[in-house]
Design a protein around this ligand. Structure first.
Ligand code: NAD
Length: 519
């Protein structure tokens, strides 16, 4: 293993050059298929991880249920104290864990550290929440009666997560789930098992120090077989799934068919609209970050850009200048802005998307190819580096695959409009509904954009790019993005089971609606 990778793994107490156990449910095991963690920057194999065998998955589910039965009776503010300790433990390893995210996923270091910070932030939020998960007292129409709406812990929550946020998505779910009194079982992406192991070591250390069963925050690494086993299991009360639309569509149906709860956070196809009165000195860098940050591998990455005719030439020339200044590099190096795609397969997806654009006659303004490995030099020649691409398709038709498909790579399609209504129709004209952004100084435009005839996405920003959400508001998307909401806002209400409790304090037993049923 390279010195750099060894140092990052050692700092997180992950053994080097060994087959790692990829299952935790109070103790570490792992005897299933072998997963390989590969560095996207160099192609180096970072570790081999033994995933969950079917028996181990079964045992993990069983232990999760047992852990839930203990954890649900711990008062919520006491659970909050455990979350506070998890927050402290995570913050003390923020830089090391952020470096591992960068090493294993490929995003640049500041984004890796930012992702861990997001986990810290949501843990803070959930500490407060643990004293504020209030039910309600509702007025009854019957004398001497009260109605309570009571939130109780739900049971076992499984979190199936995508490769691109290998820490934060689990954090959003774990923090709310623990505050609510559930046991959580995590299956991370098969290509980021080290992040799963490192986070679970930190969290389980806190649980063990507090005498809480480790299976309150269990881990099962594995590929789609393990995922399918979780999704089908009656022992899982809620499946929180983050990933592609294709897999999410299947997961949603399977969970629904057994009447489980499901929370879906699927793909986005996010647009930015720039009006002629926009401040371009802010809008151009925001589009640049949105389209190129994380090498276009955020669910909220900017994929479609709609420019008002009056500013389109100037906007594109300024954006192209920023693209031209971009150099690919080692994501762990502080000066790097552009890291690799996560896998070799993603490079194929990128090349196919560019080929499709060329076939329909799109003008490729910049990019459109892989970086020449020889020019990058060793060890980056083993990495998955592609050129961020700006394309202008010949027509703006949201029925066309070049516009309506989420390509998980830095490919930005540009269209030119004359009226805001036209651009809003394009924004809404795709199946996905995650994030959207309007740049304007005119309050009338803002009113249209955030109102009933405005953007139909879950995230509707003004003078803020499509990516980089904070944890305070509920995060998620509409339409084929799955309608799920995680993180802040009212998202916690999905992690509990609600009971309506009507209590009669009187000496009579009247029926509601004045119904008489004489005996
Ligand atoms: P993916 O759908 O390939 O995998 C997601 C998870 O599902 C992985 O853990 C995978 O092992 C598991 N899985 C695969 N097949 C399964 C099956 N049959 N049953 C159960 N589980 C199965 O997604 P990915 O490539 O890792 O991630 C990229 C996608 O995730 C993009 O579409 C992106 O937009 C989306 N995403 C969405 C959000 C959001 O909040 N909306 C956030 C991050 C990523």
């Amino acid at each position: 293993l390279s010195t750099r990778a060894s140092a990052i793994l050692s700092a997180l107490d992950i053994p080097i050059d060994k087959e790692l156990a990829g299952v935790y449910h109070g103790e570490w095991t792992g005897s299933g298929d072998l997963l390989e963690s590969k560095c996207p920057t160099t192609g180096e194999v970072l570790a081999r991880v033994r995933s969950a065998s079917p028996e181990e998955l079964h045992a993990a589910l069983h232990k999760s249920r047992e852990a839930y039965q203990v954890f649900r009776s711990i008062p919520a503010p006491k659970r909050g104290e455990i979350l506070r300790q998890i927050r402290v433990a995570l913050a003390s390893k923020r830089d090391e864990l952020g470096a591992l995210v960068s090493l294993e996923m490929g995003k640049i270091r500041t984004e890796g550290v930012g992702e861990v910070q997001e986990f810290v932030d949501i843990a803070d939020y959930a500490v407060g929440l643990s004293r504020m998960m209030n039910g309600r007292l509702v007025a009854s129409e019957r004398p001497g009666h009260s109605i309570l709406e009571v939130p109780n812990p739900l049971g076992v929550v499984a979190v199936l997560s995508a490769f691109n946020f290998p820490v934060a998505v689990y954090g959003w779910n774990l923090a709310l789930s623990l505050a609510a009194g559930n046991a959580t079982l995590w299956k991370p992406s098969p290509s980021t098992p080290l992040c799963g192991i490192a986070v679970t070591k930190i969290v389980s250390g806190v649980l063990e120090r507090n005498g809480v069963p480790g299976a309150v925050a269990g881990l099962v690494t594995g590929d789609k077989d393990v995922g399918a086993g979780i999704v089908e299991s009656q022992d899982v009360d809620m499946v929180s799934f983050t990933g592609s639309e294709a897999v999410g569509r299947h997961v949603g149906k399977v969970v629904q068919s057994r009447f489980g709860k499901v929370l879906l956070e699927l793909g986005g196809n996010n647009a930015v609209i720039v009006m002629p009165d926009a401040d371009l000195s802010l809008a151009v860098p925001a589009v640049f970050f949105g389209a190129v940050g994380t090498a276009g591998q955020r669910c909220t990455s900017t994929r479609r850009l709609f420019l008002h005719r009056a500013i389109a030439p100037e906007f594109l020339s300024r954006l192209r200048a920023l693209y031209a200044s971009l150099l690919p590099g080692d994501p762990l190096a502080p000066s790097t802005l552009l890291g690799p795609l996560h896998t070799r397969a993603a490079v194929g997806v990128y090349s196919d998307a560019v080929a499709r654009l060329q076939t329909v006659g799109a003008e490729i303004l910049t990019g459109g190819a892989r970086y020449d490995g020889a020019a990058l030099g060793s060890p980056l020649d083993g990495g998955n580096f592609v050129q961020p691409t700006i394309a202008v398709p010949p027509t703006v038709d949201m029925g066309d695959a070049v516009w309506r498909t989420e390509t998980f790579a830095p490919v930005l399609c540009v269209g030119v409009f004359d009226a805001l209504e036209e651009a809003i129709a394009w924004n809404n004209g795709v199946p996905q509904g995650l994030s959207s952004s309007l740049w304007t100084r005119d309050l009338r435009n803002v009113g249209k954009w955030i109102g009933p005839a405005g953007s139909d996405a879950g995230i509707v920003n003004v003078n803020v790019g499509t990516s980089g959400a904070e944890i305070g508001a509920a995060f998620g998307g509409n339409k084929t993005t799955g309608w799920g909401r995680e993180s802040g806002g009212d998202a916690w209400k999905q992690y509990v089971r609600w009971s309506a409790c009507t209590i009669n304090f009187s000496d009579e037993a009247p029926l509601a609606q004045g119904v008489q049923f004489p005996s």
